[in-house]
Design a protein. Structure first.
Length: 297
C-alpha cells in the first residue's frame, strides 16, 4: 500500500469518531464546529510559522485557500446540526453522498476525468450505504432540517474537495491546511456569535471532547487527508471516505447504542467493495476484476 493510501486510511479512522462525539450533545453544533477548527488552528499556525512553511505562492491561491476554509466551515456546521437532530449513522450516510457531486464536478472541471470504474464503484458503494442505513429510511424519509442539512453538508464537502484539489496543485499540504483551518475558525466564530451560541460554560467532559475533535478529528485527520488528496484523484479520495459510514455505524452501536443489524453489516461490505472497484485505473470486465481481487493489495 502506498503512503497516500495509508494516510487516507488513517485519516478516515480519525474522522469516523467525530459524529459520535458530536452526538453526545455536550456543546451546541456550530460552536462545536468552531472549537474543532480553532483548536487545530492554534496548534497549526505557530508550528507552520516557526518551521518557515507558511508559503503561499500567490494572492490568488491565498484567496482560494481562504475560500476552501469558508466552505469547509459551512460543511462542518451543517453536518454537526444534522447529527444532533437525527442519528450519527444517518447523518453520515447523507453527507457522504458527496462522491456523486464530486464525480459530476470532476467530469466538468478537472483534468482527471472519472473513469467508468469510478461510476460503477460509486453506484455500488451508494447502494451499500443505503442498505447500511435501511431501505425503509429512504422510503419514509421526511425532508426535515436534519435531512436538508446533511445533504447540504455533502454538497459543501464536494465543492471543498474539488477546489482543494485545484489549489493543492500549486501549494504544499501544510500551509494549505493551516490557512484553510484558520479561516474556517474565523468564519465559524462569526456565525456562532450571530447565532448566540456560548463560547464557554461547558462541562469538563465537554472540553475534553472539543479538544479531541480539534486534535484528532481535524488536525491529524485533515493533514493526512490533505496529503492523500494532493497525491491521489479527488474522486478516489471522496469515494474512499464513504468507508467512514461503516466505521461510524460500528462506533455508534458500541458507544451510543444506535442499532446495528446483519443488513447493515452486509451494506458495509458492499460499500467497501464499491470503493475497491474505483481504485482500478484500467477498464476491467467483471471476470478480470474478480480474478484480480484476491491477490490485490
Amino acid at each position: 500500500m502506498t503512503k497516500p493510501r495509508i494516510a487516507l486510511v488513517i485519516g478516515i479512522i480519525c474522522i469516523s469518531i467525530f459524529p459520535i462525539l458530536v452526538k453526545l450533545n455536550l456543546s451546541p453544533g456550530v460552536i462545536s464546529a468552531f472549537y474543532r477548527m480553532a483548536i487545530a488552528a492554534a496548534l497549526l499556525v505557530p508550528f507552520t510559522v516557526l518551521a518557515g512553511k507558511l508559503k503561499i505562492p500567490s494572492l490568488k491561491i491565498l484567496l482560494l485557500t481562504i475560500l476552501c476554509g469558508a466552505i469547509f466551515a459551512g460543511d462542518v456546521a451543517v453536518w454537526n446540526i444534522s447529527i444532533q437532530e437525527s442519528t450519527a449513522t444517518q447523518a453520515t450516510l447523507l453527507t457522504n453522498l458527496s462522491p456523486v457531486w464530486v464525480g459530476v464536478g470532476a467530469f466538468l472541471f478537472l483534468k482527471n476525468k472519472p473513469t467508468l470504474n469510478f461510476w460503477i464503484g460509486t453506484a455500488i458503494a451508494i447502494f451499500g450505504m443505503i442498505m447500511l442505513v435501511g431501505f425503509h429510511f429512504f422510503m419514509e424519509l421526511d425532508f426535515d432540517l436534519a435531512f436538508v442539512f446533511a445533504i447540504l453538508s455533502g454538497i459543501f464537502y464536494a465543492i471543498y474537495m474539488l477546489l482543494s484539489k485545484y489549489v493543492l496543485y500549486d501549494v504544499e499540504v501544510l500551509p494549505f491546511i493551516t490557512v484553510s483551518t484558520l479561516s474556517s475558525a474565523f468564519f465559524l466564530a462569526i456565525l456562532s456569535y450571530f447565532l448566540g451560541e456560548p463560547f464557554s460554560g461547558f462541562s469538563d467532559m465537554g472540553w475534553i471532547v472539543l479538544v479531541i475533535q480539534g486534535v484528532v478529528c481535524q488536525l491529524l485527520a485533515w493533514l493526512l487527508l490533505g496529503y492523500a488528496t494532493k497525491h491521489m484523484r479527488a474522486t478516489r479520495v471522496s469515494v474512499s471516505l464513504l468507508g467512514q459510514a461503516v466505521l461510524t455505524a460500528i462506533l455508534a452501536w458500541l458507544f451510543i447504542g444506535e442499532e446495528i443489524s446483519l443488513q447493515m453489516i452486509l451494506g458495509g461490505v458492499i460499500l467497501l467493495f464499491g470503493i475497491r472497484i474505483t481504485f482500478y485505473s484500467k477498464k476491467l470486465g467483471f471476470n478480470a476484476l474478480f480474478k484480480k481481487l484476491p491477490n490485490s493489495q
